[in-house]
Design a protein around this ligand. Structure first.
Ligand SMILES: Nc1nc(=O)c2c([nH]1)NC[C@@H]1CN(c3ccc(C(=O)N[C@@H](CCC(=O)O)C(=O)O)cc3)C=[N+]21
Length: 295
């Protein structure tokens, strides 16, 4: 079997058209959606993500406030900036790019963001609401993954899903979302991690594999069931002299081999990444909509 490639770029651009229309309607009503993006430090990967987010806002008619702070910014300074945006009526979403420098307490920063502006869905209030199935901002990468699966016609109800990785931004939330009693849930989920025994035995039984482990070739063809849907969340830079930048991007899945066996597969780049940014725009517009509705 040769897998159907799930084109994240195309699905993302479709959704961005819908988002653009909605943003224009809100702007017309006097509530242009606004996003504050905060980056502390000069990590090159973070800089490129943040640039992509700002550009996406511009393309969708969302106002963005771009804040680049030096690596030696204090926790107090960062908390003060967040507080300003919490109070700023032009801003409906606040995104603090992770990871933060070591001298800043990430938990404290996430708690400082107004849950009603937490378009990343990382504030404990939103995490808790998600877990109990209440309406909340859903974290962008897992929400994007669900969109990719649903829009590609992959059935979630009753599916055996194996999530590889237990991070707070991907593994834990996607597992929670997929077990919810809802039409984008009702799956049976196993979460594998670095202490899992015989990870391959789990993956072999999966109808859907979500690979978010953080290393190239974590998932290989011998591990996957014929016809399974494979979602690759990995972003790994590997040295490549033939590229202008000196590296290329690969996921956590051995794409070339696995695509011969899988039913569906997402590429890296062009799979989950563009959806992550799209769901951030989606949440920002949703937040502005709530403000407009309350007027
Ligand atoms: N507070 C916070 N929220 C995040 O959502 C967040 C974060 N911190 N820290 C880092 C991760 C990573 N992340 C990505 C976003 C877009 C692509 C993306 O668009 N990737 C392109 C390729 C980009 C390239 O070529 O470098 C693709 O896969 O096609 C990837 C990764 C968001 N994150």
């Amino acid at each position: 079997m040769t897998a159907q490639i799930i084109d994240g770029k195309q699905i993302a651009s479709q959704m961005r058209e819908e988002i653009k229309t909605k943003a224009a309607e809100l702007t017309e009503k006097g509530v242009q959606p606004g996003l504050a993006v905060i980056l502390v430090g000069e990590d090159p990967a973070s800089q490129s993500y943040v640039r992509a987010k700002e550009k996406a806002c511009e393309n969708c008619g969302i106002y963005s406030s771009d804040n680049r702070l030096s690596a030696d910014t204090t926790e107090e300074e960062l908390l003060a900036l967040i507080d300003n945006f919490n109070k700023d009526p032009k801003i409906h979403g606040i995104l603090v790019q992770l990871p933060l420098p070591k001298h800043i307490d990430e938990g404290k920063v996430l708690l400082a963001i107004d849950p009603n502006k937490d378009v990343d869905g990382f504030h404990p209030v939103n995490v808790g609401k998600m877990v109990v199935g209440e309406k909340a901002f859903l974290p962008c990468t897992p929400h994007g993954i669900i969109q990719l699966l649903v829009r590609s016609g992959v059935q979630l109800e009753g599916a055996e899903v194996v999530v590889v990785g237990r991070s707070n931004i991907v593994g834990k939330p996607i597992a929670n979302m997929l077990i919810q009693k809802s039409d984008t849930g009702n799956a049976t989920v196993t979460v594998c991690h670095t202490r899992t025994k015989n990870m391959a035995d789990h993956i072999k039984r999966a109808d859907i594999v979500i690979a978010a482990a953080g290393g190239p070739n974590t998932v290989t063809a011998d591990m996957v069931k014929e016809g399974a849907a494979i979602i690759d969340v990995g972003v790994n830079r590997v040295p490549d002299d033939t590229k202008k930048k000196g590296y290329r991007l690969v996921g956590d899945v051995d794409f070339e081999c696995v695509k011969e066996k899988a039913g569906f597969i997402t590429p890296v780049p062009g799979g989950v990444g563009p959806m992550t940014i799209t769901m951030l725009l989606y949440n920002t517009v949703e937040s502005a909509q709530r403000v407009a509705d309350a007027k």
